[in-house]
Design a binder for this molecule. Structure first.
Ligand SMILES: NC(=O)c1ccc[n+]([C@@H]2O[C@H](COP(=O)([O-])OP(=O)(O)OC[C@H]3O[C@@H](n4cnc5c(N)ncnc54)[C@H](OP(=O)(O)O)[C@@H]3O)[C@@H](O)[C@H]2O)c1
Length: 102
């Protein structure tokens, strides 16, 4: 059986995809893959400085990418509740790239 790769991701035009932990590791690679497929990716990150560095690096490689940084600390309920409802309702896909440990 053929292995699934990121090349199998279908076109994401018109979709709003939120990736948590998007400034490094799995989240960064997920962001890259979804942006390459024309998604508008919201990079939901705790560390906004690291997120902006990652966004700029991705834009150097993918100048057409639609990337927006948004603050989100998943360990703080107030941070999650601060997301505007209208924004949450418009999300097409939410990809969590981190495992929270209690
Ligand atoms: N990489 C692998 O091959 C692999 C394999 C199996 C499992 N995993 C698991 O998958 C998860 C991600 O791995 P990774 O390699 O991508 O790790 P990573 O490079 O350390 O990335 C973790 C991301 O999660 C963010 N984060 C941590 N706590 C957060 C919080 N409270 N709110 C919002 N964002 C938060 C970090 O943001 P900051 O920059 O703010 O810290 C960072 O962007 C880990 O749990 C890891 O154990 C990874």
């Amino acid at each position: 059986m053929r292995k699934w790769t990121a090349a199998d991701i279908p076109d994401q035009t018109g979709r709003l995809v939120v990736v948590t932990g998007a400034n490094s590791g799995l989240g960064l690679e997920t962001t890259r893959a979804m942006a390459q497929r024309q998604a508008h990716v919201i990079m939901a990150c705790r560390n906004l400085e690291k997120a902006e560095v990652a966004r700029q690096e991705l834009l150097r490689q993918l100048p057409q990418a639609q990337l927006t940084v948004r603050a989100l600390d998943l360990s703080r309920q107030a941070s999650v509740h601060a997301l505007p409802r209208r924004f949450v309702r418009s999300i097409s896909a939410l990809i969590c790239s981190l495992i929270m440990r209690g």
